[in-house]
Design a protein around this ligand. Structure first.
Ligand code: UDP
Ligand code: MG
Length: 316
C-alpha cells in the first residue's frame, strides 16, 4: 500500500484559545509524516466548527488562507461533539484513504498517529482505537464514573473499548460502512466496534487541556452516556418485563403468607384482600409494560434502518 492520504478530523466548539496552539502542532505533524513517507503529501486537517459563538470560525478561515491543508466546515448550530465529528467524517470520506479523529485540545497524544497509520498499512486494520494507558490525570470522580459507565454499557450488551474516547483511525472502508448508518443519535464509540472490522489498539498518555475550558460539563457527559445506551439497545425495557415476572413469583410467597395470617386469625379485616391485590396488580402492570416495551423495542430497532449486514471481504 502506498502512502495513504490522511484527513485529521477535529471537532471545535468555542476553541478560540486552543486553535492557535493546535493548528501549528497538527501542521508540523503532517510535515513530519510526509517527510518520513508515512502519509501522502496531500493529507490535510478538517476542522469541524460545531456552531461556535466565539472567533473559532474566523481563526479556521485565516488558517485555511495561510495553508490550504487546513480545511473546515461550519455547522449552523451547536449539535454536540458526536454530530460535529460525524459531519467532518462524512465530509472527508471521499477525499482520503483514512480519517483520524482527535479533540482539538490535543489532550490525546497526536504523537501516536504514525503508529495508527502503520497498523493500518502493515497490519491491515481498518479501525485503530486510541486507548488511554492510565487515568492518573483524571479526578477521582471522573475516573470512577467513567469506569461505571463502561461497565454499565457492557452489561447492556454494547461492545465498548475501555478508556477509548473519540481518538481513532478509520480507514476508507470503515468510513463507507459508517455512512450506511442513517440514525440521528450517533454514538461513534459504540458504533465502530459494532461495525466489526479488523481493529487494533494504540496506548497513549492523556495530558491536561492546554487552554480554554472543558466543553463537557457533567450534564453533557451524562447525556452522552444515556445516548450511548438508548441509541444501541432496548435492553432496559426488557428489564421491566423481567422485574414483572420476578415480582409475580414473589407474589406466590406473599400470597401464602397472607393466607396463613388470614386463616390463623391474626390479620386485620381488609388487609388480606388489599395485600393480595396490590401485589398481583403490581406485577401484572409491570408485565404489561414489559410486553409493550418489547414492541417499542422492535420499533426502535426498525426505525434506525441500520444496514442489515456488512460485507467485510469480497472475491469476484
Ligand atoms: N466539542 C464540540 N461540540 C460540543 C462540545 C465539545 O465539538 O458541543 C469538541 C471540543 O471542541 C473538543 C472536543 O469536542 O474538541 C472534546 O471536548 P472537551 O475537550 O471540552 O472535552 P473533555 O476533554 O473535557 O472531556
Ligand atoms: Mg478535552
Amino acid at each position: 500500500m502506498q502512502a495513504p492520504r490522511i484527513a485529521i478530523v477535529a471537532p471545535c466548539y468555542n476553541e478560540e484559545q486552543m486553535l492557535p496552539l493546535s493548528i501549528p502542532v497538527l501542521l508540523r505533524l503532517l510535515d513530519d509524516m510526509v517527510a518520513t513517507g508515512v502519509i501522502a503529501a496531500d493529507s490535510y486537517v478538517m476542522l469541524s466548527d460545531d456552531g461556535s459563538r466565539d472567533a473559532t470560525w474566523a481563526i479556521i478561515t485565516e488558517a485555511h488562507k495561510a495553508d490550504s491543508r487546513i480545511k473546515g466546515i461550519s455547522l449552523a448550530h451547536n449539535r454536540g461533539q458526536q454530530a460535529a465529528l460525524l459531519a467532518g467524517l462524512l465530509t472527508v470520506r471521499e477525499q482520503c484513504d483514512a480519517a483520524i479523529t482527535i479533540d482539538i485540545d490535543l489532550q490525546d497524544d497526536p504523537g501516536v498517529i504514525p503508529e495508527m497509520v502503520r497498523l493500518m498499512r502493515e497490519e491491515h486494520r481498518d479501525v485503530v482505537y486510541g486507548v488511554r494507558a492510565s487515568r492518573d490525570t483524571d479526578t477521582w470522580f471522573k475516573r470512577t464514573s467513567a469506569r461505571a459507565f463502561y461497565k454499565m454499557q457492557r452489561s447492556m450488551g454494547l461492545e465498548t473499548i475501555y478508556d477509548h474516547a473519540d481518538f481513532r483511525l478509520m480507514s476508507r472502508k470503515a468510513l463507507d460502512m459508517l455512512s450506511a448508518y442513517g440514525e440521528s443519535h450517533i454514538y461513534l464509540r459504540g458504533l465502530m466496534p459494532a461495525i466489526g472490522l479488523p481493529s487494533a489498539v494504540v496506548k497513549y498518555d492523556r495530558s491536561e487541556r492546554a487552554a480554554g475550558d472543558t466543553k463537557y460539563p457533567f450534564s453533557r457527559m451524562l447525556s452522552l452516556s444515556i445516548d450511548g445506551i438508548t441509541s444501541f439497545t432496548a435492553r432496559p425495557m426488557r428489564l421491566i418485563l423481567v422485574i414483572g415476572i420476578v415480582l409475580l413469583l414473589i407474589d406466590i410467597a406473599v400470597a401464602l403468607y397472607v393466607l396463613m395470617s388470614y386463616f390463623g386469625g391474626n390479620a386485620v379485616s381488609g388487609w388480606s384482600s388489599l395485600m393480595l391485590s396490590v401485589w398481583f396488580l403490581g406485577s401484572l402492570v409491570l408485565i404489561a409494560l414489559g410486553i409493550i416495551g418489547e414492541y417499542v423495542g422492535k420499533i426502535f430497532i426498525e426505525v434506525k434502518h441500520r444496514p442489515r449486514y456488512a460485507i467485510k471481504e469480497r472475491l469476484e
